[in-house]
Design a protein around this ligand. Structure first.
Ligand code: CU
Length: 124
């Protein structure tokens, strides 16, 4: 579970910071670190690829696709789910979808048929 490992690293880092910092400042409550899942998981679009091409998230996670290209527009299209294609994303623009049910969600880029990605949504 990379997510849990990540949280553990964040917690360890926070512990180090608070240990090295002012002794009078109270340590952040542990709840702050467990809210990592509340932020969006990012999929970068670069060099005609979704990065990471396969992303695993717990149910309820918001995923944000961000076009990091210099001049190419892309889209995010869950064609198999019968959902409309996202708007064309110009460089710097992004698109979000929140996944409320476990499952395997495959998508592609509208204008570039060869660009594929998968979001795997697992129970919490
Ligand atoms: Cu594309």
């Amino acid at each position: 579970m990379p997510r849990f490992r990540f949280v553990a690293v964040v917690l360890a880092a926070m512990t180090l910071v608070s240990a090295a910092g002012a002794a009078d400042a109270p340590a952040d409550p542990p709840e702050a670190a467990t809210e990592v899942g509340a932020e969006a998981a990012i999929v970068s679009i670069e060099k005609y690829s979704f990065v990471p091409a396969e992303l695993t998230v717990p149910v309820g996670t918001k995923v944000r696709w961000r076009n990091d290209e210099k001049r190419t527009s892309h889209s995010v299209w869950f064609q198999q789910d019968g959902i409309d294609e996202s708007p064309r994303l110009m460089p710097g623009e992004s698109f979000e979808r929140t996944f409320t049910a476990p499952g395997r969600y495959e998508y592609r880029c509208g204008p570039h048929e060869e660009m594929h990605g998968t979001v795997i949504v697992v129970p919490r």
